[in-house]
Design a protein around this ligand. Structure first.
Ligand SMILES: [Fe+2]
Ligand SMILES: [Fe+2]
Length: 214
């Protein structure tokens, strides 16, 4: 069932998001190298901005857990065999490919390496790694924080930047990829806030990219 909220939902283009906080700058810097893998330096900042909007819509969630988990969730791609990312990670049965499990395990490892030195407690780090572990391969969400990370992880795909990168990974035209987003990814969204953001973005992106013609 879709998780509703009584709080306002911002569906404006994510390029208009302004993040004035700089509390996580040391964490971003500590994983700069991991951001160079598999489009992370595009995917993660965009998904991070969506995560902040989802936290605004769900103030009951622990905002710092959500922000740190989305920031680190895919860093593990930097420690898996890069040649397999496209061949296995995006082939048929991509969600259960061995390399998907590996990037989750490696992401937890990276979280455990970088977070203690930045002052995060063991209890906090475990809450973050509980979300990173299985973020792609586990069917169920464990908590509101887990749900917001899962939705933010998907929302970037509906933006023109997400369509540009991911349609290439799956070797599909933008129009075919957009149809797939609507058919397969929209139904996976957990919160009503994410559903509204995704459908608003998909409509804008399809119009901009002229997918009815191309
Ligand atoms: Fe992932
Ligand atoms: Fe991701």
């Amino acid at each position: 069932m879709t998780l509703q909220t009584e709080h306002p939902i911002d569906t404006s283009p994510i390029a208009l998001a302004s993040d004035s906080s700089n509390d996580l700058d040391p964490l971003w810097r500590s994983v700069e190298r991991e951001m160079r893998a598999r489009g992370n330096d595009i995917h993660i900042p965009i998904s991070f901005a969506f995560a902040e909007r989802l936290c605004d819509a769900h103030p009951e969630a622990d905002r710092l857990v959500v922000r740190v988990a989305i920031l680190l969730h895919d860093t593990g791609w930097a420690r898996v065999d890069e040649s397999k990312i496209i061949s296995e990670g995006f082939g048929t049965n991509w969600r259960q490919a061995q390399i998907r499990f590996e990037h989750e395990v490696k992401g937890c490892e990276i979280a455990r390496e970088v977070l203690p030195g930045l002052g995060y407690t063991e209890e906090f780090i475990s809450r973050v790694t509980d979300i990173i572990d299985g973020h792609d391969t586990r069917a169920q969400s464990h908590s509101i924080e887990d749900s917001l990370v899962r939705d933010a992880d998907r929302l970037w795909r509906f933006t023109p930047a997400g369509i540009a990168l991911a349609s290439g990974w799956f070797a599909q035209t933008p129009a075919v990829y957009c149809r797939r987003l609507r058919a397969e990814i929209v139904p996976e969204l957990i919160t009503a806030a994410a559903f509204q953001m995704a459908t608003a973005d998909l409509e804008r992106s399809e119009a901009l990219l002229k997918t009815a013609l191309l």
